[in-house]
Design a binder for this molecule. Structure first.
Ligand code: F6R
Ligand code: MG
Ligand code: MG
Length: 380
């Protein structure tokens, strides 16, 4: 029998702007799940990162299971009412479609799922990011799964030396899912060529070439693509199976010390460094910086251990200090250049109106001077 881990997260309202959900909201959704989970799910955990609430469910019903997704959807709907009753900001903001159609994918919430026959021991990691989009995982996943500078197992472990299969989605293609599958090490440069553009190409999953087993699932939803307008950044989640023929936990965590600049931050329209934070951390500086949390678990027969907070360790304190400095540095240049996202990625429409108005005031020097001369010639 296969165990399935379903992680689903959404922003359904938060205190004081987009900071974090209220205690009442968290307790209410937990009580709702307890009451309605029945025999559907085996175990669950609830956490938050910034203004997003994440559910982690285990069950034996496989990926994309309608009833499991419905439980998450109904809980978020119920939670939105609680958020509204408390006057929380952005109540229900990530629930973009009115009625449930069988799968929460494409309806607003972010989804990542893994289904597998449990190994004799089954460790995995659950990542949740806020104030950024799914491409934020491109660099850490690339380094953990394909670079021996971060993953010594690629040299030291025979199964891992066979490489990994990356499934990459073109998230700007909105009509349907457009995907490509490439293998390491042979397609490394092609993979890098795509992943360098995280707003367009996003790692969706990674499988072990040796076992064919899936190691990674990343939520690839882009809210803007669903809604056709800004509704909040996509705030992606990811599940990663670790150890054995997969990278060790430390090899998966290591690249998060870079704090790479990613899209998101204030109004989903800026560039900021991705900061690894403890679970249940709020956001603050300039509605950010973009944050990512990581809970480590083991699972047996669908029963989860307690979470261990992977970024709650003295090592990460100095990383956070350095990344705070990166955030301060880029904020010094305000709207200028790379500090703000290119036009195509801006999440607010106000600038379009400004530029449309300015468009009317532009003139072409040569052409306009020429036509003035022509007019004078004609008169004389
Ligand atoms: C970013 C985010 C915030 C808001 C900002 C303005 O993901 O959620 O930065 O964009 O606080 O919020 P609104 O437009 O809701 O007033
Ligand atoms: Mg929000
Ligand atoms: Mg959020």
């Amino acid at each position: 029998m296969k165990t399935t881990i379903t992680a689903i997260k959404a922003d359904i309202g938060s205190i004081g702007g987009h900071i974090c959900p209220s205690k009442k909201l968290l307790t209410s959704v937990e009580n709702y799940i307890k009451e309605y989970k029945k025999d559907l799910i085996v175990d669950y955990r609830i956490s938050y990162t910034g203004d997003d609430i994440a559910f982690l469910f285990t069950h034996f019903l496989g990926k994309d299971n309608k009833d499991v997704h419905k439980l998450a959807w109904d809980t978020f709907k119920y939670g939105s009412e609680v958020a509204e009753s408390q006057g929380l900001y952005g109540a229900g903001q990530d629930l973009l479609k009115d009625s449930f159609s069988g799968n929460v994918k494409g309806m607003g919430p972010a989804v990542a799922e893994l289904s597998f026959k449990e190994r004799p021991n089954e460790p995995f990691l659950f990542f949740a990011a806020d104030k950024t989009d799914p491409g934020a995982y491109n660099l850490p996943m690339y380094l953990s799964f394909s670079d021996p500078m971060y993953n010594s197992g690629l040299i030291l472990s025979s199964p891992m030396s066979k490489g990994f299969r990356f499934k990459i989605m073109d998230v700007s293609h909105t009509e349907n899912d457009r995907l490509i599958e490439l293998n390491t090490p042979e397609d490394l440069y092609d993979i890098a060529s795509l992943l360098r553009d995280p707003e367009r190409f996003v790692v969706e999953s990674i499988d072990s070439v040796d076992s064919g087993e899936q190691a990674v699932s990343v939520s690839t939803t882009r809210l803007r693509n669903i809604a056709g307008k800004y509704t909040g950044k996509d705030d992606p989640i990811a599940l990663v199976r670790v150890q054995g023929s997969f990278p060790a936990t430390g090899e998966v965590l290591a690249p998060y010390n870079i704090g790479p600049y990613v899209a998101g931050f204030m109004r989903g329209s800026h560039t900021g460094p991705l900061m690894p934070v403890k679970q249940n951390t709020s956001v603050s500086f300039f509605d950010g910086p973009p944050v990512v949390s990581c809970a480590a678990y083991c699972v047996r027969d669908g029963i989860l251990t307690e979470p261990v907070d992977a970024f709650d360790h003295p090592y990460w304190d100095q990383v956070r200090t350095r990344i705070s400095e990166k955030a301060t540095e880029i904020r010094k240049q305000g709207f200028f250049g790379n500090a703000m996202l290119p036009y195509s990625e801006l999440e607010y429409g106000g600038i379009v109106e400004k530029l449309d108005k300015l468009e009317q005031q532009f003139y072409n020097r040569d052409k306009d001077v020429l036509s003035e001369v022509e007019e004078t010639d004609m008169v004389s």
